[in-house]
Each structure stands twice: as structure tokens, then as C-alpha cells.
Design a protein around this ligand. Structure first.
Ligand SMILES: Nc1nc2c(c(=O)[nH]1)N[C@H]1C(S)=C(S)[C@@H](COP(=O)(O)O)O[C@H]1N2
Ligand SMILES: [Mo]
Length: 199
């Protein structure tokens, strides 16, 4: 069993589980407000600089899971496609084209924001957003789109799947009770902002 499953990490696919996905033929199209739009194949992605990030995926439904996520820093993607100065948001699209969510470009440039393909040394399964997903530990988990197929660079903001259904556009993590999945799901308290520790 993979580590996320072993920690009883919930599997969220609001639009329906995508079934089995092919890693080797996976592509991510990066388009919109940039000089060099590009379609990244799996091998293109693997040739970009990789980073290990210790961080938490924290859901607005009040659970948080920590581990080492590995992937390509979003800053490397933005550098490669040469995002325009007018670009203000990254809009992620998941496989199937139903789930989308957007984050401010300054959050994408932060060191822990990744296109992640592994957790604790294991490639992500489809359940957890494999072959590759956004990992944005600074914001609620709904900003970490799973099984990403497209990133649109945007000069303006558009609400995504969950934002249209009542979750905040900012995705700022709000203080309150939260289950620590690394500690058997024990209910603890988180401060607002990126969860670095429990109170
Ligand atoms: N495509 C897609 N991405 C998604 C979601 C989803 O339903 N579909 N749920 C989001 C929410 S609300 C959270 S908390 C995390 C959960 O990630 P997990 O299912 O890997 O635990 O994925 C986010 N990304
Ligand atoms: Mo969530």
C-alpha cells in the first residue's frame, strides 16, 4: 500500500475517479500569458530540475497530511515558458476538463509549490493525483489540482470547481480544528496560513 493510503488520506475526486492513467504518454500543456507556450511530455518534465519538499496537504474538510513531496518547482515551468509580466494567476486543469482551480503567480513562485509526482519516494497513484498534480502547501488542498493536464497562464482570475461551489477564491488556510493524519487522525488545532505545526 502506498504511504498516503497507509495514512488513510481521503481520496477526493469530485468530478469522478479518472480510472487508470498512462504516465509515459502524459502531457501537460502550458499556455496563455507567456512567450513560449509548450506541451511538456513526461520525459520533458523529468528533465526539468526536481525538488524534494517537506510539506502538508491540508483540506478545508479539516485534515492534514505531511511528507516529502517530489516534483518540478512551478517556478521552473514559469521560467521555461517565459510568463508575461501581465500574468497574475495559474489556472490548473485536471484530466477530463471538469476540475479547475487557480492560484496567484506569486504563490506559484514560492519554493514549496510543485508539480508533484511522488510522495515519500513512491510515484503517485491515480487515487492521489498521479501521474502528476499540483502541490501547494500554502493554501487549502482544493488548490492542489490532481492529474494536471493543462496550466493556463492568466492575466485575470476565474473561480474554479470548488470556488464556484462556495469555497474561498483565496484558498487561505483558516485556523481551527484539524485531524493530523500523521498522528492517527488525532484532532488538533492549526493556526491560519501554511500549516507548519499544530498548536
Ligand atoms: N481533480 C481534482 N483535484 C482535486 C480534488 C478533486 O476533487 N478533483 N479535490 C481537491 C481537494 S478538496 C483536496 S483536499 C485534495 C485532496 O487530495 P487527495 O485526494 O490526494 O487526498 O485534492 C484537491 N484536488
Ligand atoms: Mo479539500
Amino acid at each position: 500500500m502506498n504511504k498516503l493510503a497507509a495514512l488513510n488520506t481521503p481520496i477526493f475526486w469530485a468530478e469522478g475517479h479518472p480510472g487508470s492513467l498512462n504516465r509515459e504518454t502524459w502531457k501537460i500543456e502550458v499556455c496563455g500569458s507567456c512567450n513560449k507556450p509548450q506541451i511538456f511530455s513526461w520525459s520533458d518534465l523529468m528533465e526539468l530540475p526536481q525538488r524534494d519538499v517537506k510539506g502538508r496537504l491540508t483540506s478545508v474538510t479539516r485534515w492534514s497530511v505531511e511528507g516529502i513531496w517530489k516534483g518540478i518547482p512551478l517556478s521552473e515551468i514559469l521560467k521555461t515558458v517565459q510568463s508575461n509580466d501581465s500574468c497574475k494567476y495559474l489556472r490548473f486543469w485536471s484530466f477530463g476538463g471538469i476540475y479547475d482551480t487557480s492560484i496567484p503567480i506569486d504563490i506559484a513562485f514560492k519554493e514549496k509549490s510543485l508539480l508533484a509526482h511522488s510522495f515519500e519516494g513512491e510515484l503517485l497513484t491515480e487515487d492521489y493525483g498521479g501521474p502528476i498534480r499540483a502541490f501547494i502547501p500554502y493554501l487549502w488542498g482544493y488548490k492542489s489540482a490532481k492529474s494536471v493536464v493543462k496550466i493556463e497562464l492568466m492575466d485575470y482570475y476565474v473561480s474554479g470547481f470548488w470556488e464556484n461551489r462556495g469555497y474561498t477564491d483565496s484558498g487561505e488556510i483558516e485556523a481551527g480544528p484539524c485531524r493530523d493524519l500523521n498522528d492517527g487522525g488525532k484532532i488538533k488545532t492549526i493556526p491560519s496560513g501554511e500549516v507548519l505545526k499544530f498548536n
